[in-house]
Design a protein around this ligand. Structure first.
Ligand code: GLV
Ligand code: MN
Ligand code: MN
Length: 418
């Protein structure tokens, strides 16, 4: 495996997301105002796909696009009748994110295939690299779009008609990255996704490799509270219908209720109000409309359901105040998913053979792998995130850990594709 080549591609890919186009090679070069902004459908998103496709073609892979905009690069195996081993992740980023969340799994898979090719390693199964469209949900209304459509959880129409903040439809934002190759998951035997952990376990406990056994369930709620926009100076306190005051109550409610739930269940339960938009957002106007985005996660589905009911009840409560209207919509609803024992053990064996310390764990982050898990034998390989930070401009994984992760991935792919 060529660490220098892998590093060059990851750093270059990162530069196609930073506003000043800088190449960031070390943690010390990170800064709060120079994170990655590569939202799905943006110019930089197109540039990242152009770069990747060029690299896949240089590696002589057969490149194809499906009708939601997922990108595939295939290396044939010796047996045309065998199902493929697929590996990949996403290229889009969150707002002000880091350069490894997503690209590590895509470029890592590419590096694995380049290595397998250079070694002349013979494999019977085809190897398919996948880039899933719109994983982060930072531009369009929801995330995991490409893998949701591929696995049949949402329809192609639903995916194509998602809208971003500028009112643009996903289907119009894909700038040529849509095709008519429609991959059938029945032709895939295994899926492996390499990803930074995005949490503190590996970094604090000193493991190089995490092997994911299950992936969190996830719900996203969109709550809209409507009151009455009015003059901040002339409207007496008792006559106000302030939507933001109700929203503030809801933020506190979600946080406190989530703390209570986490303590009570002693597990992985978390909930966050990560998005809040007050309209018209002017100092001298009483906010007439507020939209909130709530993220709820656990590896136990019943906890998610109980929590959603509590939020719904609270929101309905506001709606009983005269002049206040509310709406609570479910944007994403994903049950927890389990990885395949066979693939988990293949990864564990690869780590063992490379003499790397590995631990089995859960993923609290959402990943395209959770959509694949219900359809094909799936697992994930995690590498440490420095200080457990992610979805932040301070997200980083040390090159030594990148190297280890890609070596485990390469070995596991070889074993599965053999
Ligand atoms: C995606 O990265 C998520 O976990 O929200
Ligand atoms: Mn992410
Ligand atoms: Mn990711």
């Amino acid at each position: 495996m060529a660490l220098e080549r892998l590093k060059r591609d990851l750093v270059k890919m990162g530069s196609l997301g930073r506003h000043n186009g800088s190449m960031v090679e070390s943690y010390e070069e990170l800064s709060v105002d120079n994170g990655l902004w590569r939202l799905e459908g943006s110019e930089l998103s197109k540039a990242s796909k152009d770069y990747l496709v060029q690299k896949m073609k240089e590696a002589e892979l057969k490149v194809r696009y499906d009708s939601i905009g997922n990108i595939f690069g295939r290396k044939e195996g010796a047996d045309p009748f065998k199902k493929a081993v697929m590996s990949g992740s996403h290229l889009d980023s969150v707002k002000n994110g880091g350069q490894f969340d997503g690209p590590l799994g895509v470029i890592g898979a590419l590096e694995a295939v380049r290595t397998i090719k250079e070694e002349g390693f013979e494999h019977s199964r085809p190897i398919e690299i996948a880039v899933f469209v719109g994983e982060e949900g930072s531009a369009f209304e929801r995330g995991l779009v490409g893998s949701e459509v591929l696995s049949g959880n949402i329809s192609l129409e639903q995916g194509l008609n998602l809208v971003n903040n500028e009112g643009e439809l996903l289907k119009n934002a894909l700038s040529g990255y849509r095709g008519n190759f429609n991959l059938d998951l029945a032709d895939i035997e295994y899926f492996l996704e390499l990803h930074p952990e995005q949490g503190p376990v590996l970094d604090t406990e000193g493991f190089s490799i995490g092997i994911v056994e299950n992936i969190t369930g996830l719900s996203w709620l969109r709550v809209v509270i409507e009151g009455e926009e009015n003059h901040a100076g002339t409207t007496p306190m008792k006559m106000r219908k302030d939507a933001l005051v109700r929203a503030a109550d809801l933020v506190t409610f979600v946080h406190e209720k989530a703390q209570e739930m986490a303590e009570k269940t002693a597990g992985s339960f978390v909930a966050t109000v990560g998005k809040i938009e007050a309209h018209p957002s002017a100092t001298n106007i009483i906010p007439g409309r507020v939209e909130l985005g709530i993220d709820i996660r656990d590896t136990r589905l019943d906890n998610i359901e109980t929590f959603k009911e509590a939020v719904n009840e609270r929101v309905e409560g506001f709606g009983r105040t005269p002049g206040i209207k509310t709406k609570c919509e479910l944007l994403i609803n994903k049950p927890p998913s389990l990885c395949s024992k066979e693939v988990i053990e293949t990864v564990a064996k690869a780590a063992r053979e490379l003499d790397l310390a590995a631990i089995k764990m859960s993923s609290g982050a959402a990943h395209d792998a959770q959509n694949l898990a219900g359809k094909v034998k799936t697992a994930m390989i995690f590498v440490p995130s420095v200080n457990g930070i992610s979805h932040s401009p301070w997200e980083w994984t040390d090159w030594d850990d990148v190297d280890k992760g890609v070596r485990v991935l390469t070995r596991a792919i070889k074993e599965l594709a053999r």
